[in-house]
Design a protein around this ligand. Structure first.
Ligand SMILES: [Zn+2]
Ligand SMILES: [Zn+2]
Length: 349
């Protein structure tokens, strides 16, 4: 950091837009540190506030780079800056959030698990190996865990899971890719998988719960899956009888169900996928994409009841780590429709 100099100027910056839960504060911290600027950044219900102090030319490039190099998922609606009296800051810090004021910040939607987290989840040497709730600053639940603004752990459902020492060290380390990742968790301190029956009894936990859930889907049963956010009813998309049962359960006669495929290559076996549609399927928002059925697929897998009399299928790819773990074990697509039952981690009919 730069030493205090009487020639330094101090800039107050207010950023509004989708800037919470996208790694914006860690980004500001790194940028200020790189430019040798002192001051602080915090979150408030009204946006992200920054005060930076240093040489005027560096402050200018700070503002320029704030816009140009913002995290990929952040979107800046407005950025206001004005010079204020020098404060004499000696370092740059991320300050606790300010709860006061009207709420006007946009909150991000949930973000599909990123490649770095997937790599860790599939690495037997990693401490989050096969952990279904792995996430980082660039991915994971946002909207579905927020109970109040600003977006900070105490305002999310993750407050029920106090961080272990190792997670806290990552959370507090500006160089770590989980610096200020609000839903940070690991097998030691975070939520785990449980399989419940309809009576609410726990049948299995952890890997056993996952294995039994895969078996239940293969058996044609309807499974309710609740992750950190969202709630899905899931059934084997190849099983006509099971999909019909789900239709009766949901009271939904004709409307097509959304399908989840293991990969876009698998999805392409049933539907035609353009390069734009592929990009959409693989995007961080992981939407359901409407795709044209192939006239005569090599091995039609999806049963007619999934989308009766419809030339299109609504397809999506796994977007939570739990989806990935499930789909790794299943050799077929599943119907995944939003559920509206009670608050159960995993239950089977
Ligand atoms: Zn990630
Ligand atoms: Zn932990």
């Amino acid at each position: 950091m730069e030493n205090y100099s009487p020639k330094n100027k101090c800039l107050k910056v207010t950023v509004r837009g989708a800037v919470q839960g996208v790694g914006f504060r860690p980004f500001v911290f790194r940028l200020a540190s790189e430019l040798g600027l002192n001051g602080w950044v915090n979150n408030s219900p009204m946006g992200v506030f920054i005060e930076v102090e240093g040489e005027a030319s560096r402050l200018e490039s700070f503002i320029e780079r704030l816009r140009a190099e913002k995290p990929p998922l952040a979107s800046i609606q407005s950025l206001e800056s004005s010079y204020i009296d020098r404060r004499g800051y000696m370092k740059f810090e991320v300050r606790p959030s300010d709860e006061a004021g009207p709420k006007s910040t946009l909150v991000m939607t949930d973000i599909a698990v990123c490649d770095d987290c997937l790599r860790e989840m599939n690495d037997p040497r990693d401490r989050r190996y096969r952990y279904p709730f792995i996430n980082c600053t660039n991915c994971g639940p946002r909207y579905s865990i927020i109970e109040a603004l600003p977006y900070d752990r105490p305002n999310t459902t993750m407050r029920l899971f106090p961080m272990c020492d190792r997670c806290r060290a990552e959370y507090e380390n500006p160089a770590d890719r989980r610096f200020h990742a609000q839903p940070i968790a690991c097998p030691e301190c975070g939520p785990h998988l449980e399989q419940w029956n309809a009576a609410g009894e726990i049948l299995a936990t952890h890997e056993n719960a996952l294995r039994l859930t895969v078996e239940a889907i293969e058996d044609g049963r309807i499974v309710a899956i609740k992750g950190l956010g969202g709630f899905h009813l899931v059934v084997d998309a190849a099983n006509e009888e099971a999909v019909k049962r789900l239709r009766r359960r949901k009271n939904r006669e004709e409307k097509p169900f959304a399908l989840m495929y293991k990969s876009w290559e698998k999805a392409a076996e049933d539907c035609e996928i353009s390069s734009a549609e592929k990009r959409l399927l693989l995007s961080p928002e992981s939407p359901i994409v409407l795709l044209k059925k192939r006239p005569s697929p090599a091995n039609p897998i999806v049963c007619e009841s999934a989308a009766p009399n419809n030339p299109y299928l609504g397809e999506m790819l796994p977007y939570t780590p739990l989806h990935h773990l499930l789909m790794q074990k299943l050799d077929r697509p599943i119907v995944a429709t939003s559920g509206n039952l009670s608050d159960e981690p995993i239950c089977i009919d």
